[in-house]
Design a protein around this ligand. Structure first.
Ligand code: ADP
Ligand code: MG
Length: 615
């Protein structure tokens, strides 16, 4: 007789698996607890951290609290007060509630909660450890809720060891704190790390909150709005004076919650770039309010990626409001033909009269999509059950590989800057397929992406090179046999002119007299055997892009080097190489465009496809 071998996993293990998706590091706990406090209607929220969240993360709020029964139930999986029926998923004004956060946290930490609704006399204390219920009793406490999360990952050493330095973990915590505090100016927040109070934010106006959180003067924030039947935009645009060398202070807030959206970011950047020095990034905070049924927020487990039904209209609306606001503030040479002061609603009614549309394919949401029933969710679940033990090991080894083997990249390339290594996100995808030896097709559940391998790799290299130049840490690899190149008089003069910049890129090169130069080393990751070709190629590229100031020179050279060193169309990639490339690419600041401003990828969902077939 055949023996039965299937067993349903105990809850504690199922919870740990779910926790792997929701709770990746202390900052994930901070995000979930703070969002819950906001949802509970708190007017003040205090966050206390010890040891960058390793030993303690505590969130105190004065929100509506929980009854004794709720105080116990909330630790169960799929326990939520925010969804009752399927339709709620599409009508709630905030993000994809799954009732998983508290259960996930309790699975991987020692948790204590005190909670008291306003109208009751006593509070409830609950203790849970690694999903084991320890204690519930009645205690005295102020109204609201206080949750302490101690010794995160105490029962999963692999995860604990995988945490980064305190500085890195704290940076993530501050990022998430800002993301929650930013769109909730009416709530007072504090953040204390050990004995240091890092933030104390009294309730006030939106502008004041932005100025306090991002440390910019209110007068350097330009405010504007565009209200329409499709969406409401309210923007706070940083004066070009605030433009940064590194991207950082850029926030999209969708219906009150932080999201990432490379596509909308592109709309902003295209308008801003006329006002900014090259290679700098604008500061901005954009609030977008939209009918929640027109957004699919369950695309990504951590819920910062979304899909919009009216993506292209949103793109145009945003461009329009940004143009308007920057122009009103008399920035730069403003051309009247790009700014039309008439209302945008005319355009909405009749698309053909409107401004040009961007060329990316339109992405639609599937209105019948239900995260509890969808294939995506179930598949994820199944996959996890299958590999549940390797879940954490996988994450660990991926990070380790990134950190330790960056110099022996599978794909040749410029070495990754140290700080970038710590901030890896993983490209979420099913099967990867290379077609025409040039494009990677990635199955992402509700849609598939087609990524141009050459352009994507150029983007990766370009950002690394820029970063290395900025930190003056471009590594170079020495050549066994130095090469001498002789140039024509004009080229030689040009080379003299950019010698310093070329060294910044990681070339070890000096003048050798008589219009010749000696190359002793090339940028780490570049092809050693082609040192000469590489340099001549750079010179060619540089000639065609007339650099004026140092800044331009550097960008032009970085772009040229990226183009020269990237993998090409026609290169066969293994599955591991594709994964590595996509992970690096998705972590870029501007993955959507190549250094030359071309689109790097296309997205399709079922509706796009069916439209193509019914043309
Ligand atoms: P979700 O937020 O998706 O509903 P969570 O696991 O984060 O799931 O929380 C479960 C439930 O616990 C919430 O729906 C809410 O009813 C309750 N809850 C959590 N945190 C608080 C809080 N700070 N104050 C009041 N109720 C809370
Ligand atoms: Mg929650």
């Amino acid at each position: 007789m055949m023996q039965d071998i299937i067993a349903v996993l105990p809850d504690s293990i199922a919870n740990q698996i779910a926790a792997g998706e929701v709770i990746q590091r202390p900052a994930s706990v901070v995000k979930e607890l703070m969002e819950n406090a906001v949802d509970a209607g708190a007017t003040r929220i205090d966050l206390l951290i010890k040891d960058a969240g390793r030993t303690l993360i505590q969130v105190l709020d004065d929100g509506k609290g929980m009854s004794p029964l709720d105080a116990r139930l909330c630790w169960e999986r799929h326990a939520t007060s925010k969804i009752r029926k399927t339709e709620d998923l599409f009508s709630i004004r905030s993000f994809g509630f799954r009732g998983e956060a508290l259960a996930s946290i309790a699975a991987v930490a020692q948790v204590e909660m005190k909670t008291r609704p306003q109208h009751t006399e006593t509070a409830t204390l609950v203790q849970v450890e690694g999903s084991d219920f320890k204690k519930q009793e009645t205690v005295v406490a102020p109204y609201g809720t206080s949750i302490s999360v101690k010794n995160l990952f105490f029962n999963i050493p692999a995860r604990r060891n995988f945490l980064k330095s305190n500085a890195v973990e704290m940076k993530h915590i501050v990022d998430d704190f800002i993301r929650v505090a930013l769109p909730n100016p009416q709530i007072s927040f504090t953040l204390t790390h050990g004995d240091n109070e890092l933030f104390r934010l009294p309730g006030g106006t939106q502008k004041k909150r932005i100025s306090e959180l991002l440390s910019v003067k209110e007068t350097e924030l330009f405010e504007g709005e565009e209200l329409s039947s499709v969406a409401d935009y309210r923007v706070f645009l940083g004066s070009p004076k605030l433009a940064r060398k590194t991207r950082g202070d850029q926030y999209f807030i969708l219906n009150g919650r932080f999201i990432k959206d490379p596509y909308l970011n592109h709309a902003l950047v295209t308008v801003y770039k006329d006002y900014l020095p090259e290679d700098t990034f604008p500061t901005y905070v954009v609030f977008l309010d939209i009918d929640p049924s027109k957004v699919d927020i369950n695309v990504h487990p951590t819920k910062t990626e979304v899909k919009f039904e009216d993506e292209r209209i949103l793109y145009q609306l945003l461009k329009s409001v940004v143009k308007k606001v920057l122009a009103q503030n008399h920035l730069g040479q403003f051309q009247s033909d790009i700014f039309d002061n008439t209302s945008f609603s005319g355009f909405l009614g009749n698309e053909s009269k409107g401004p040009e549309f961007p060329t990316e394919p339109k992405v639609n949401v599937n209105p019948s999509y239900n995260p509890f029933h969808s294939d995506g969710q179930n598949q994820r679940q199944k996959k996890n059950l299958f590999h549940w033990e390797s879940l954490y090991q996988g994450m660990e080894s991926k990070e380790d590989r990134k950190a330790e083997e960056a110099s022996s990249l599978l794909i040749p390339g410029i070495e990754k800057p140290a700080e970038k290594k710590a901030r890896q996100e993983v490209f979420v995808s099913g099967q990867l397929l290379q077609v025409f030896n040039s494009y990677i097709v990635a199955d992402r559940g509700q849609e598939f992406w087609v990524i141009d391998q050459e352009k994507a790799h150029q983007r990766v290299l370009f950002e690394r090179i820029c970063e290395n130049i900025r930190h003056q840490q471009s590594a170079s690899q020495q050549l066994l046999f130095p090469r001498v190149i002789e140039l024509a008089a004009r080229e030689a003069a040009l080379m003299e002119d950019i010698l310093e910049e070329i060294r910044h890129l990681g070339f070890d090169i000096s003048s050798f007299g008589n219009q010749s130069f000696i190359i002793n080393g090339v940028p780490a990751g570049a092809d050693k055997t082609e040192a000469r070709e590489l340099l001549e190629g750079l010179l060619e590229e540089y000639k065609s892009s007339s650099g004026i100031d140092i800044h331009d020179k550097r960008t032009a050279l970085a772009r040229a080097l990226a183009r020269k060193s990237s993998i090409r169309k026609g290169k066969v990639l293994t599955a591991i190489e594709m994964t590595e490339l996509l992970n690096d690419w998705i972590n870029c600041e501007e993955p959507g465009v190549s250094p030359d401003g071309k689109i790097t990828f296309l997205r399709y969902d079922e509706q796009n496809l069916s439209k193509l077939f019914n043309f």
